[in-house]
Design a protein around this ligand. Structure first.
Ligand code: FAD
Length: 446
């Protein structure tokens, strides 16, 4: 059994889930927590290092689709309620939650139907139907949405959703964990884990080795390395590292002023945006598509895997997607040069439910992975669930939904769009993007 005063806990990755886990373990009184990351917080390769993320209610994939249907509904609702409570009340997170409401939309009839099923957008639940351009435009101050919204159909909801300042929330969690005594070892080579350490008799995991040659032993090792987790452990194809694309537009001070407190706008085929960030007055736009993998084959094992890499540019085809989205919603911004762009990696499980579980063959190894494109909004509580899992007291419905489940990845269809739409409606491969087909954004802040 673990004793918070003496047990050594090692967390690999101080991104979204790792910082939350360090925070919650420190709050539980654990005195020997070490967190390793190859980068200072906020890591430039963390999916959570971003000016904003959507925080919204029920979606088909919000946290669970792996257990029974009953489990899935309960788990996603429970996580949503607890995360929202965290955003409203937890002093570490509450300054970063903006309950601005949201506009959800689609263009193709089948996607509109899908939204009707997942969102259940009825007036009783606070949704207002938007069926023409004028209705869309009226959801924001005059001059923001200037487009014709061709073929769009959607709904507006004023409460229960909004956006969060992702980078600030992640940094606040890591800082508070450190203040409570967690030891953060960040930077390369000393924070970069190169391999897990195994006990030669039992085969259990006993810690990790970093690129400087140091070994860090622990009673429990928690992997929160996001899209890079498969490089440390054979995940039996349960994770598919997949990247999405984002770009920023510089706003004038007047525009930034006009654009404050906007609802999130999300067309599941086109893309989404939230209000510009206060510091740099930049408006982040994501174009929607089923994502990019980066397929490489290991010559030794012949195993094919999607290998994340960092790049502060996006493929030109994504730039086109961003601009098409702007042309439909805010054509006055459609030709503005990008002030920043990057690809952003997440790790998809086959069913897009999280994977929070001890490893069946290595009982001291805990996995906190599989954000599956929707794992930021839970940062106030995800570390509690990972800590519960480590302490063997995770709720049984969550345990079922988030279990180690290689059987769901046998013969995995790597081309599965997994409920995502947009672009060419196929999962793309960075290997097909030639050097000249990337943007050349100046990225002055790098
Ligand atoms: P990360 O935050 O990526 O953390 C992984 C950490 O591991 C990093 O800090 C990294 O430096 C570290 N690491 C890597 N290799 C090593 C190593 N060898 N040794 C030690 N550490 C290592 N979710 C939402 O809820 N709402 C949204 O609106 C939303 N939008 C998104 C938009 C985009 C473009 C993307 C890509 C994702 C979005 N998500 C959203 C999903 C969400 O960002 C992720 O699910 C979540 O951030 C994943 O957290 P993580 O801790 O698993 O990974």
């Amino acid at each position: 059994p673990l004793d918070p005063t003496t047990s050594k806990i090692l967390i690999i990755g101080c991104g979204t889930w790792g910082s939350s886990t360090a925070l919650h373990l420190a709050r539980r009184g654990y005195k020997h927590i070490t967190v390793l990351d190859p980068y200072e917080v906020p890591s430039p390769i963390s999916a959570g290092n971003d000016i904003n993320k959507i925080a919204r209610g029920r979606s088909r994939h919000s946290g669970s689709f792996s257990g029974t249907e009953d489990d899935a509904v309960w788990v996603s609702e429970e996580v949503r309620i607890k995360a929202t409570e965290g955003w409203m009340k937890d002093p570490v997170f509450k300054d970063y939650y903006h309950e601005t409401g949201y506009v959800i939309a689609a263009t193709k009839p089948e996607n509109v139907r899908e939204l009707e099923e997942t969102e259940r957008p009825t007036p009783e639940r606070g949704f207002v139907e938007l069926s023409d351009a004028e209705a869309f435009r009226k959801t924001m101050p005059e001059g923001v949405l200037t487009g014709d919204f061709p073929g769009w159909k959607g709904w507006y909801k004023a409460t229960g959703a909004g956006w969060v300042h992702a980078r600030k929330a992640l940094t606040a969690a890591a800082n508070e964990a450190e203040r409570l005594g967690a030891k953060l070892i960040c930077g390369s080579p000393h924070g970069r884990v190169i391999e897990l350490l195994f006990d030669s008799d039992s085969g259990d995991v006993i810690g990790a080795k970093t690129a400087d040659g140091c070994t860090h032993t622990a009673d429990r090792t928690i992997v929160c390395a996001g899209a890079n987790a498969p490089q440390l452990l054979d995940m039996k194809d349960q994770l598919r590292p997949t990247a999405w694309t984002l770009a920023h537009l510089k706003m004038t001070p007047e525009e930034a002023n006009l654009y404050t407190n906007l609802p999130v706008l999300f067309n599941v085929e086109r893309g989404f945006f939230m209000e510009p960030d206060e510091e740099n007055q930049e408006l982040k736009i994501c174009d929607e598509h089923p994502g990019y993998c980066n397929w490489v084959t290991d010559p030794k094992t012949n195993h094919r895997s999607s290998m994340p890499f960092a790049r502060h540019q996006i493929p030109r085809i994504s730039e086109k997607g961003v601009r098409e989205f702007l042309r439909e919603a805010m054509p006055h911004l459609a030709d503005r040069p990008f002030a920043f762009a990057r690809i952003c990696w997440c790790a998809d499980t086959p069913d897009r439910a999280f994977l929070i579980s001890p490893h069946p063959d290595h009982p001291s190894l805990i996995l906190g992975v599989g954000g599956s494109g929707h794992g930021f909004m839970q940062i106030p509580v995800i570390g509690q669930y990972i800590a519960d899992c480590m302490e063997g007291k995770l709720d049984e419905r969550m345990t079922r939904s988030w279990r180690w489940r290689p059987e769901t990845a046998v013969g995995r269809d790597w081309t599965d769009t997994q409920g995502r739409f947009g672009g060419s409606d196929v999962v793309m491969d960075f290997q097909d993007v030639k050097e000249g087909e990337w943007t050349r954004v100046a990225n002055p802040r790098l």
